[in-house]
Write a protein that binds this ligand. Structure first.
Ligand SMILES: [Zn+2]
Length: 411
């Protein structure tokens, strides 16, 4: 395939992706006013339901606007050979491959950030504020952004340099080395996420002694689950939305509860949520997810290695001097249909795991408190009770509240 055809293939893929997203979003939008299933009538009262519908509509309009602007920006950038401009400019400043690549991605990331920053600000301080979720101050928002940029620069820059060095050294065989490297990094991140990254953004304190800790301890002991690290995180610093999650392996294994979760749920409901999380662990979902993402990464890298030496990838983006970093961008754009498919597979696997974790919670503890907890969590985040099935199929990592409730009551 020649460079011009490849360029139009990239445009075609971008247009298709955009239209698919818009179609799914629109279908979902048309279901906002559908009747709520009878079993979910107790989630909202009339006023709250009206508020949740307003919230969904506001977010729909907002994402329509923000995604259209990004889409148009990318098209303009491609038609005006934006990548070639950045590449040429970077080469006037530095002459080492790795440095050119780093500078190239820095400019792209900065451009992306400039486009997304106003939207991120509007979403937090106008939409979330209006619906009463926002607890973030301007100061926290700015500090979060700066920390995020630094983290991306250090981690992203570090990994990218290593990848380019691998390529310079091993040629098309680089993918093996990069695969192993990424696997090790993701293991480390999984393992030390709570110790290294969370403290940069939040304060976490061990759950204090009391009836909640005793109930959790009793449950964990009953199912033979060693759990000595339970932490409470100050999620209320940013939002009223609540959450709980597991992280780490072996001795680093820990459960993190948001302070907002503790203030909203009863003790029985919290133990039920925790039982669900223990279910993910006991059913080995964490290991399966790691295996699935390792296979996907390996496949992607292998596919990239087949094209990495071809000058056509760089030419398609209007860049005269073929390079690893421009090839990577072109490949990334072309890869998107495959990643849509792997995304669908991963989401449906994830939904299956959610059912299994729910069933585990019901078998080893109780189903009803988990249902009550899920209802409260849906209510406090003004969740959509009537999502469109096509939207769920493509985008939901969890089954809908209705599906989960029905599955728990059925068995
Ligand atoms: Zn889960």
């Amino acid at each position: 395939m020649d460079a011009i055809s490849l360029f139009y293939l990239i445009i075609g893929i971008l247009v298709f992706d955009f239209l698919l997203d818009q179609l799914l979003g629109y279908l979902n939008y048309t279901w906002y006013s559908k009747n709520v299933p009878q079993e979910l009538n107790d989630v909202y009262d009339a006023d709250e339901y009206a508020k949740s519908q307003e919230y969904k509509k506001t977010n729909y309009r907002f994402s329509l606007l923000s995604s259209s602007i990004s889409f148009i920006a990318i098209l303009i950038f491609l038609f005006y050979d934006g990548f070639a401009l950045i590449d040429t400019w970077a080469r006037t400043l530095v002459n080492h491959d790795t440095l050119v690549g780093l500078l190239f991605f820095t400019v792209i990331a900065a451009a992306g950030e400039i486009i997304s920053l106003p939207f991120s600000y509007y979403s937090t301080f106008v939409i979330e504020e209006k619906f009463g979720f926002n607890k973030t101050t301007i100061k926290t928002f700015i500090i979060d952004k700066i920390k995020g940029w630094l983290l991306t620069a250090i981690l992203g820059g570090g990994i990218l340099s290593l990848v380019i060095i691998c390529y310079d050294w091993a040629g098309a065989n680089f993918w093996w080395y990069v695969w192993i490297l990424i696997f090790e990094i993701s293991l480390l991140m999984n393992m030390f996420y709570a110790r290294w990254f969370v403290p940069l953004f939040n304060k976490q304190t061990p759950l204090e002694e009391g009836t909640l800790k005793t109930s959790i301890g009793n449950y964990a002991q009953g199912v033979g689950f060693q759990l000595d690290k339970i932490f409470v995180i100050d999620g209320s610093k940013r939002s009223t939305k609540a959450n709980a999650y597991f992280s780490g392996f072996g001795s680093e294994k820990r459960v993190t509860l948001y302070d907002t979760l503790i203030s909203k749920l009863t003790e029985e409901e919290i133990v039920a949520v925790l039982a669900h999380e223990v279910g993910h662990y006991k059913r080995k979902h964490i290991i399966y997810n790691l295996i699935a993402s390792t296979i996907t990464t390996g496949f992607t890298l292998w596919l990239f290695s087949l094209f990495v030496d071809s000058a056509t990838l760089s030419e398609a983006l209007g860049v005269a001097i073929p390079s690893f970093h421009v090839g990577l961008v072109a490949f990334g754009l072309l890869y998107s249909p495959i990643s849509t498919i792997t995304g669908i597979v991963m989401s449906s696997l994830s939904r299956k795991f959610e059912y299994e974790a729910d069933a585990f919670a019901k078998d080893t503890y109780k189903g009803e408190p988990l249902i009550d907890a899920l209802k409260k969590l849906n209510k406090t985040s003004l969740s959509n009770l009537t999502p469109h099935p096509a939207y769920v199929f493509f985008n939901y990592s969890h089954p809908t509240l209705y599906q989960r409730m029905m599955a728990m009551r059925e068995n």
